[in-house]
Design a protein around this ligand. Structure first.
Ligand SMILES: [Ca+2]
Ligand SMILES: [Ca+2]
Length: 383
């Protein structure tokens, strides 16, 4: 995984406003990375299933089920924290669950990816915090009444805690649900909002960033202005970008930096392919602009020839988006891709050619017959 490093300029970033004391690790974007012990795991979108009780918070949760084995899953998310914010011994981890059968105790581990630890030839995430959850039943077992319950546990330091820098942001955070017992029990179990609360010590009561909310893509949507068309990266009508991952907005403050409060992004996609569709109201010569995170890509209109936005492309209007510690800032920025003659009617923009190990993000696009001065997520009509 590679990230483009910021320019080194000291940039002022608006502090997220205090909203709650819980640091939310997972809530509306569930990205299972490892699933073991025959468990099947999937992100649940209650807008699609039509059953709002399948999520405890917001509109999405994770669903785990197995006939044999036991539920063992590692989720990957972003890391909206430093370790200094969540000192072991002073913090409790909270997890909401709803199960119709599984009562085995669960251990939860927090793993992080950190550049400073990875001089090894095969770098890997490390375990920094852990706890065994009290599910509310006898001996801490989960309650299998198919109702939502909170399970909690006091976090202690994991094996790599001491060696991990405490003040730098993490590259990614992982939450690993590890069953302690209860094998071969058929069940269906939902998981929602996993968060950390500082319950003791000097940092108790400190505000944590407000968590992101789920934004629904509107494939084919566009905004028309005088001589320009603007559309969102997340509104692609066809793409192979998974939900979740280390680059989705995890906080409300991050969403505020994005046009439409969302982008089409992931920490690396094999053979990325995306298509957007727009309707051009009148013939003309348009200039194409893209707001993304600076990775190289190729693009093509309709069945035309492919053009290259390479490593030498000039990206401007850099806005820090997410601090990845030693990897530097993941940033939002604009690139001008030149002029294109477009006829009135429907056109398809295809993008591919992003290196597989490159974090990728497309926030929004603009074609305009006039000038354009990039200014974050501000549209031409806002000027
Ligand atoms: Ca949720
Ligand atoms: Ca967007």
């Amino acid at each position: 995984m590679k990230y483009l490093i910021g320019s080194g300029l000291l940039l002022c970033v608006a502090l997220p406003h205090p909203a709650r004391a819980d640091l939310v690790l997972l809530d509306e974007y569930w990205s299972p990375e490892i699933a073991g012990n025959d468990v099947v795991v999937a992100e649940v979108d209650t807008q699609e299933t039509g059953d709002p009780t399948e999520a405890k918070f917001g509109e999405c949760s994770a669903k785990l089920w197995n006939e044999s084995g036991s539920p063992n899953v590692r989720f990957r998310g972003a890391a909206p924290m430093t370790l200094s914010q969540i000192p072991p011994g002073d913090c409790e981890l909270s997890l909401w669950y709803r199960t119709n059968g599984w009562t085995g105790p669960w251990r939860v581990e927090v793993w992080v990816w950190h550049e400073a630890l990875h001089n090894a030839p095969a770098p890997a995430p490390v375990r920094v915090l852990q706890t065994t959850l009290d599910g509310g039943g006898p001996d801490g077992q989960l309650l299998a009444d198919d109702q939502w319950h909170e399970a909690r546990g006091r976090l202690t330091a994991g094996e790599s805690y001491e060696a991990t820098p405490k003040e730098e942001h993490m590259g990614a955070a992982y939450v690993w649900l590890v069953p302690v017992g209860g094998w071969n029990v058929a069940h269906r179990t939902y998981i929602d909002r996993i968060s950390i609360e500082v319950v003791d010590g000097d940092r108790k009561g400190e505000p944590a960033p407000a968590p992101a909310r789920r934004i629904r893509p509107k494939p084919g949507a566009q905004t028309d202005g005088p001589g320009w068309i603007w559309w969102e990266g997340e509104d692609a009508f066809e793409h192979n970008v998974p939900t979740g991952g280390a680059t989705v907005p995890m906080t409300e403050a991050q969403q505020a930096l994005l046009s439409g409060n969302a982008w089409l992004s992931h920490h690396g996609v094999e053979d990325l392919q995306v298509q957007w569709e727009i309707t051009v109201p009148e013939d003309g010569r348009y200039t194409l602009w893209c707001r993304g995170q600076g990775a190289p890509f190729r693009w093509c209109w309709d069945d035309g020839t492919w053009s290259e936005c390479g490593f030498e492309a000039v990206w401007t209007d850099h806005v820090p988006y997410q601090d990845h510690g030693a990897y530097g800032w993941l940033r939002l920025c604009w690139v001008c891709l030149g002029e294109v003659q477009m006829s009135r009617g429907r056109h398809v923009l295809a993008v591919g050619g992003v290196p597989d190990d490159q974090a990728v993000g497309f926030d929004c696009w603009l074609v305009t017959r006039g000038g354009f001065m990039p200014d974050g997520a501000r549209r031409p009509a806002d000027e």
